[in-house]
Ligand binder design. Structure first.
Ligand SMILES: NC(=O)c1ccc[n+]([C@@H]2O[C@H](COP(=O)([O-])OP(=O)(O)OC[C@H]3O[C@@H](n4cnc5c(N)ncnc54)[C@H](OP(=O)(O)O)[C@@H]3O)[C@@H](O)[C@H]2O)c1
Length: 198
């Protein structure tokens, strides 16, 4: 099976790459922004039609949540137009698309475990652009999976790593207490994700 990973240099992309490399019968195509800018529709169509992947896993995103508030156009381009380009290009060759999304599509008002049946109500530019990304992928390619995850930790900068590092030099730590999340290991997520698709 031929699998294209976009955003392959990111935290999740790196772990998926590692796990796919351990599998047999997988031909991996790894790209990041320098090789395949997902916001460039012409390049995306050309790339997909040349390489003909059977599955596209889109790990590329504008993930700097605070920056998205001021960088609205860029957030929309990367988080909505990028998935749109990939989903429609994939559809032209009958390929599947796995779009990675986020708990930021919810408003955080409900103090319980969230499910697929909970109402979306994004409160941030990041959340709004990721939700539009989900919608456009669902609309343009019937062969799609939307994977909503939260607070990733793995081989990269993340909350868990920061806390471990700070705990080595500090006896007590001060952390905001008005945020709740489900820290999710990239190893676990990649293991589940690599079972999706063709
Ligand atoms: N990190 C989290 O806690 C978290 C939580 C929930 C959901 N998610 C979702 O999980 C997915 C993976 O997140 P991550 O933490 O692995 O993100 P990440 O580490 O920020 O990686 C994203 C990758 O996408 C690349 N990229 C940016 N713009 C691009 C473009 N136009 N074309 C192609 N590639 C581009 C980035 O390159 P540059 O670094 O050069 O910009 C980076 O390598 C994303 O969809 C994100 O929304 C993440």
């Amino acid at each position: 099976m031929k699998v294209l990973i976009t955003g392959a240099n990111g935290q999740l992309g790196r772990e998926l790459t590692k796990q796919y490399k351990e599998k047999s019968n997988i031909e991996l195509i790894l790209t990041d922004v320098a090789d395949l800018d997902i916001t460039d529709v012409k390049t995306v169509y050309e790339f997909v039609n040349e390489h003909k992947p059977e599955v596209i896993i889109n790990c590329a995103a504008h993930t700097a949540v605070d920056k998205c508030e001021t960088d609205v156009d860029m957030a929309y381009k990367i988080n909505t137009i990028g998935p749109k380009n990939l989903a429609s290009a994939a559809n032209t060759i009958g390929a599947e698309i796995v779009q990675v999304s986020t708990d930021y599509v919810f408003d955080g008002e409900v103090d319980k475990e969230l499910t697929e049946f909970d109402e979306v109500n994004p409160q941030t530019v990041y959340g709004k652009t990721k939700l539009e990304g989900e919608r456009v992928v669902s609309k343009l390619n019937p062969k799609h999976y939307i994977v909503r995850t939260a607070w990733l930790y793995g081989d990269g900068n993340n909350f868990v790593k920061t806390m471990i590092k700070l705990s080595e030099t500090n006896k007590t730590l001060k952390v905001v207490n008005d945020q709740k999340g489900s820290p999710t290991s990239t190893v676990d997520l990649a293991r589940v994700m690599s079972k999706l698709g063709a």
